[in-house]
Design a protein around this ligand. Structure first.
Ligand code: NAI
Ligand code: MG
Length: 355
């Protein structure tokens, strides 16, 4: 019997990334032994510290050194003293773009034992996916400035929607929805206000949805969609959105479920030509870094998404089950963001033990 082996590039990055990543590796070690596959790690210490000592976030051949891994597990990048746009454009964005990770996928789920800021919601009421386009749309470098510094100063920022980029993100959303009990996709639009790109988005949504007659569809303008995320989150299953709308929705979603510390994400290249990156939604949290109190659940859940992507869905489901079991157990360790006094390691170990 050939044992499945995965080589993972591990980039803890900055701040609490260094505290939560070891807990994800702890859980991966336990779950891989349980399910009979092997996970090997290659550690990269690229961070803002690298930037301060070398002038770059990663070496010149950094992308080549990541390329041959099955996946990338990332902590968080960013630290006071290095401007955020330099750390972001120096490491995260080059990885997302060079590896064509055009899907940004975020589950939004209310976990047991986490009190949501919206009243009267139970686990099960909030359980959906945000599928964000990750390479084009509003986040483009097209545009310019004219008459800088004068009374007639003019700035143009152009959004770019290609048919390839639009169709492939929508197809990903429909394929994801097909795996659900009741396949359903909601499109985030704003075709009443944005004259060219959003009517085009709607047109492509109609065209792609015709390929999936078994999937129920609806669309909401981004403004009411935001209100509905808060007022009636139970109505959503898969939400597909452009880069900017998806960026906003994919923070709003986890916000509605209570703590950013538990939210995971994947930057996915569905064709698997390149490795995909799995990382928590949160950043390096300089305000709590170094104290060992960060919540490791977002990082551990990101590792579970990675396992699912690698073709180990049972192991992935088991990790999420272990997370839910521990969070739902009032006597289990809880980090301060969950209202407890336990440390990062205590919670990571409890989840590993639950496996
Ligand atoms: P942040 O997510 O690091 O922190 C926001 C708040 O949430 C802080 O009060 C923090 O203590 C808390 N928090 C975050 N993760 C937590 C966890 N696991 N457990 C408990 N509490 C947690 O966002 P902020 O402060 O805006 O950014 C700090 C740095 O991180 C910046 O340099 C920023 O650019 C970077 N960042 C990086 C991201 C990435 O690598 N993808 C994403 C977001 C921010
Ligand atoms: Mg964001």
């Amino acid at each position: 019997v050939r044992v499945q082996q995965y080589e993972i590039a591990v980039l803890p990055g900055d701040g609490i990334g260094n505290e939560v990543v070891p807990e994800a590796l702890r859980v991966l070690d336990v779950v891989s032994a349980k399910y009979g596959f092997e996970v090997g790690y290659r550690h990269f210490d690229w961070s803002c510290q690298t930037y301060l000592s070398t002038g770059a976030m990663m070496p010149d051949d950094g992308l080549d050194r990541l390329r041959d891994h099955h996946a990338i597990l990332l902590g968080a990048v960013g630290w006071p003293g290095v401007p955020d746009h330099l750390s972001l454009w120096g490491l995260l964005l080059p990885i997302r773009r060079a590896f064509d990770q055009y899907v940004n996928l975020r589950p939004v789920r209310l976990l047991p034992g986490v009190t949501p800021p919206v009243r009267d919601k139970q686990p099960g009421d909030i359980d959906f996916w945000v599928v964000r386009e990750n390479t084009e749309g509003e986040y483009s470098q097209l545009g310019g400035r004219q008459g800088e510094g004068t009374e007639t100063e003019l700035v143009l920022q152009t959004a770019a929607f290609t048919r390839r980029g639009t169709d492939r993100i929508m197809r990903y959303a429909f394929e994801l929805a097909r795996d659900l009990d009741k396949p359903h996709v909601t499109s985030a639009t704003k075709s009443n206000g944005i004259f060219h790109s959003m009517p085009y988005w709607d047109e492509r949504f109609a065209a792609i949805s015709a390929e999936y007659p078994d999937v129920r569809v609806d669309q909401d303008h981004i403004d009411i969609l935001c209100a509905r995320f808060v007022m009636s989150p139970e109505r959503f299953d898969v939400v597909v959105a452009s880069n900017l709308f998806g960026d906003i929705l994919s923070d709003l979603g986890p916000g509605v479920t209570g703590t950013i510390g538990v939210a995971p994400s994947g930057n996915i290249n569905p064709e698997r030509i390149y490795p995909s990156t799995f990382e928590p939604v949160h950043g390096s949290a300089p305000d709590i870094a170094g104290r060992g109190v960060a919540n490791p659940v977002g990082q551990i859940w990101s590792a579970a998404m990675m396992l699912d992507h690698l073709g180990q869905p049972e192991a992935a489901t088991d990790v999420v089950r272990a997370i839910e079991q521990v969070l739902g157990d009032q006597s289990a360790p809880r980090t301060p963001d969950l209202g407890g006094g336990a440390g990062t390691e205590d919670l990571g170990k409890a989840i590993a033990d639950a496996l």
